[in-house]
Design a protein around this ligand. Structure first.
Ligand code: AMP
Length: 540
């Protein structure tokens, strides 16, 4: 028997969890006995060291250590070149991390782990979701679902709540929490999501975030401050040397954590024969990072506005991600909302716990489908025994999970009068519940036009300069006079991944579903090649 796991693949740390058959999730420790594994990979000749040991080596072997790779997911540029010059893309580095997590889970659970649900920030776009899915596959997982981190967090939190309506007509009352705001500030990313949790239905209303805002940036602010003070006392610029810089980053991170509990921290810096103790107060730290915190405020308020809610309408505020331990975050939330954020959430683990619940749900449903296949013709009803996944296992506490799209999806459109003018037509607006399918009709521009080029855009703007082209496909079409209608259907699946289908408006015939060429994602050939390389790597 194999187990399915939920994985929080974070910028700075990863966590793995499993849920038992009663729907109760727990963290799976790594082989070092830690609940979370640093998202750090170190290359040492033919072996790859992952986690704490790699993190400890970041300062001594900075050129062989790769971290914060989540920030680059969906980009084609290699994030590392091996000594022999082999380039590694972000997906492959993430796959090495995932491979290690998989091996650790197998050791700890004592059974094979082949299927996983992996979480991503809610605002991750199609390319980044696909890159995450590819990383999972490269690591040897069957990726059952890609789930949004705030949704996973709310799910784990909601299930743990005692305030459920017990009883009810269907025998089990669902969790009711009301409007929940999830403020998730991790190591490298920031996410805000407003969702409604009512009678076991988890419905996301609005979400947004910044993929380049997290604890990493607070470390950066502190690094600048410490380095400035070190230079002012006659020391060399620590940013000039990658080893010294990595050491400075470590010390800044430690000082930052200290400042979450103490009013001041001291960093010992040494270089060029100088040794300095640099003191920093919490007040100073808050001053030098005020701009970063304010960026989270702006996004949070925008999401509330998008949800058409005010702070008074928010019933619970969940703080997720290690960086919400900074007192300035809690103070910001109190000041804005006039409410106390929820306590007792395991900031580093709650996302993985939620992912484990989704994984269990997916596994139970797959089992039900399998049972159903076996029983076809026997007349037995298995629907009632297995059919409703998590809803049954949690006795109705979790009935449904409805997420939304974080990006508007559209198509490059050519003006029928002036063929030089192209603009973006939005087909699925952002914050639309997923899965969703919408269409728009496009007219051919020429007599006997043979092909239709579908360029998929992400973004709200009509101007192409302000949107991103995430994929394209050229479709052979029957030839008609100019102005023939073709209906282009876009859909987002539950994982937030895009599919495109085209229908001939003249005959009403489907021309099929088209595989998008995604220039920023791995090709099938690369997937096969990198998959082999990841499988061969020895990870420790
Ligand atoms: P996550 O990716 O959610 O695990 O968050 C990791 C981030 O949380 C890193 O940037 C850590 O430096 C930060 N972090 C963890 N603990 C603390 C703490 N006590 N105070 C401030 N930041 C913390």
């Amino acid at each position: 028997m194999t187990r399915v796991v939920g994985i929080d693949l974070g910028t700075t740390y990863c966590a793995v969890a499993v849920a038992d058959r009663s729907g109760s999730p727990s963290v799976v420790r790594n082989r070092e006995g830690e609940n979370i594994t640093p998202s750090v990979v170190m290359f040492q000749g033919d072996t790859v060291v992952v986690g704490s040991q790699a993190k400890r080596s970041a300062a001594t072997a900075p050129d062989h250590v790769v971290q914060f790779v989540k920030r680059y997911m969906g980009e084609t540029k290699p994030v590392y070149h091996s000594e022999s010059g082999t380039p590694y893309r972000p997906e492959e580095i993430s796959a090495l991390l995932l491979k290690r997590l998989k091996e650790d889970a197998e050791i700890m659970l004592g059974q094979p782990v082949e299927q996983a649900v992996i979480t991503v920030p809610a605002y991750f776009d199609d390319v980044r979701r696909k890159a995450t899915q590819d990383a999972g596959r490269l690591a040897g997982f069957e990726v059952l679902r890609i789930v949004n981190e705030p949704t996973a967090a709310a799910l784990a939190y909601g299930l743990g709540q005692s305030s459920v309506n017990d009883g009810g007509e269907d025998g089990g009352g669902g969790a009711t929490i009301g409007n929940v705001l999830v403020y998730d500030l991790g190591g490298g990313t920031f996410d805000v999501t407003v969702m409604r949790v009512e009678d076991g239905d988890y419905t996301v209303i609005a979400t947004d975030g910044d993929r380049n805002l997290g604890g990493f940036d607070w470390d950066g602010a502190l690094m600048n401050y410490l380095n400035g003070a070190f230079m002012a006392s006659g020391g060399p610029d620590l940013n000039e040397d990658s080893g010294l810089q990595a050491e400075l980053r470590d010390k800044a991170e430690i000082a930052k954590r200290t400042l979450s509990n103490a009013p001041q921290a001291v960093a010992m810096l040494s270089a060029g024969g100088r040794h300095e103790q640099i003191r920093v107060t919490r007040e100073k730290f808050e001053e030098i990072s005020a701009e970063l915190l304010d960026r989270t405020r702006i996004i949070t308020e925008a999401v509330l506005e998008e949800a058409r809610l005010g702070w008074a309408d928010i019933d619970r505020i969940l703080l997720v991600g290690g960086s919400t331990r900074m007192p300035m975050v809690q103070e910001l939330i109190r000041r804005l909302s006039g409410k106390e954020p929820e306590r007792g959430i395991a900031q580093d683990e709650v996302v993985a716990l939620g992912a484990a619940l989704v994984a269990l749900d997916a596994a139970v449903r797959a089992e039900a489908a399998e049972e159903k296949r076996k029983y076809v013709g026997s007349g037995a009803s298995v629907e009632s025994a297995f059919g409703d996944g998590l809803a049954r296992l949690t006795k109705g506490k979790v009935k449904s999970i409805k997420d939304v799209t974080s990006q508007s999806l559209g198509m490059v459109t050519t003006d029928s009068e002036n063929h030089d003018r192209q603009f973006n037509t939005v087909i699925i607006p952002h914050n639309t519940p997923v899965p969703d399918k919408k269409s728009d009709i496009f007219l051919t521009l020429f007599d006997r036009q043979r092909r239709l080029r579908v360029q998929v855009t992400e973004g709200n703007d009509e101007e192409l300069a302000y949107v991103k082209i995430v994929g394209e496909s050229t479709i052979e079409i029957p030839q008609y006079p100019k102005g023939a209608p073709f209906e282009v259907f876009y859909s987002y699946d539950v994982d937030g991944i895009i599919h495109v289908e085209v229908k001939d408006g003249t005959t009403g015939k489907w021309l099929g579903e088209f595989e998008l060429e995604r220039p920023d994602n791995l090709s099938p050939a690369e997937l096969a090649e990198f998959g082999d390389r990841v499988a061969r790597a020895s990870t420790f």
